[in-house]
Design a protein around this ligand. Structure first.
Ligand SMILES: C[S@@+](CC[C@H](N)C(=O)[O-])C[C@H]1O[C@@H](n2cnc3c(N)ncnc32)[C@H](O)[C@@H]1O
Length: 212
């Protein structure tokens, strides 16, 4: 899996000085290096531009790597709402998105994402694209909120669903989130309101279209 992803990353390069700056700023600030892979980021950009999504919700901002990939897909008319637990991370993500020219198109809601999602629902907000990339324990809860907040035909993408391949390959040492991801994938695959597929890019992404 690693070899294939390195090959994809090297051939379909996602070179962008803003993305490189995000990676450096994450290291400089002692934050974890857990941004999406370059190819996963490119897939996010392409999904947004292909779908024409303009109202995007991200769960898990970190330093803004995926935020830049998402906003790069929608040009000047789109809006990104990003949910992040850590105030300090959201601040860095905001700085990085501003440097990339998207500062006036992004807003951050800090605190536990479940609380922010409930508030967005109460405020009657709706979105046409979702990216789930935060605490794995809540993936199923995030999925249900995304469906509640979805416009008809919205797309929901979730990262890390292959748990480094351990969900499918018994020779790969299980990760702490392997069982969670197995269960999440079953839920996504069989959800009556979703039409879904899993793409083995980066750490694996499910892509779902909401049937409403
Ligand atoms: C894998 S990182 C996100 C990476 C980011 N999407 C990217 O690719 O640039 C996960 C993020 O989720 C945040 N997080 C963890 N638990 C959370 C929670 N309960 N609510 C909101 N954010 C949370 C972490 O602080 C971290 O920044």
């Amino acid at each position: 899996m690693k070899q294939i992803n390195n090959y994809i990353d090297s051939v379909f390069q996602n070179h962008n000085t803003h993305l490189e700056e995000v990676i450096s700023s994450i290291e400089e600030n002692g934050m974890p290096s857990i941004s999406v892979s370059p190819s996963s980021g490119k897939l996010l950009t392409m999904l947004i531009s292909i779908s024409g999504a303009k109202n995007v919700l991200e769960i898990g901002a970190l330093g803004g790597y995926s935020g830049i990939c998402l906003t790069s897909g929608f040009g000047k008319e789109g809006k990104l709402t990003s949910l992040e637990l850590e105030e300090k991370y959201a601040e860095l993500a905001n700085i990085n998105l501003s440097k990339a020219g998207f500062g006036d198109q992004v807003s951050y809601l800090t605190g536990p994402a479940l609380q922010s999602l409930e508030k967005l629902f109460e405020d009657n907000k709706r979105f046409d694209f979702f990216f789930i990339d935060a605490d794995k324990e809540n993936y199923e809860n995030y999925l249900e909120y995304c469906i509640k907040l979805a416009e008809s035909g919205a797309i929901i993408v979730a990262d890390n669903v292959l748990a480094r391949g351990s969900v499918a390959d018994q020779e790969v040492k299980p990760k702490h989130y392997s069982e969670l991801m197995k269960k999440f994938n079953e839920t996504v695959a069989n959800h009556p309101q979703l039409e879904s597929i899993l793409i083995p890019i980066g750490d694996g992404m499910t892509i779902s279209k909401v049937k409403k």
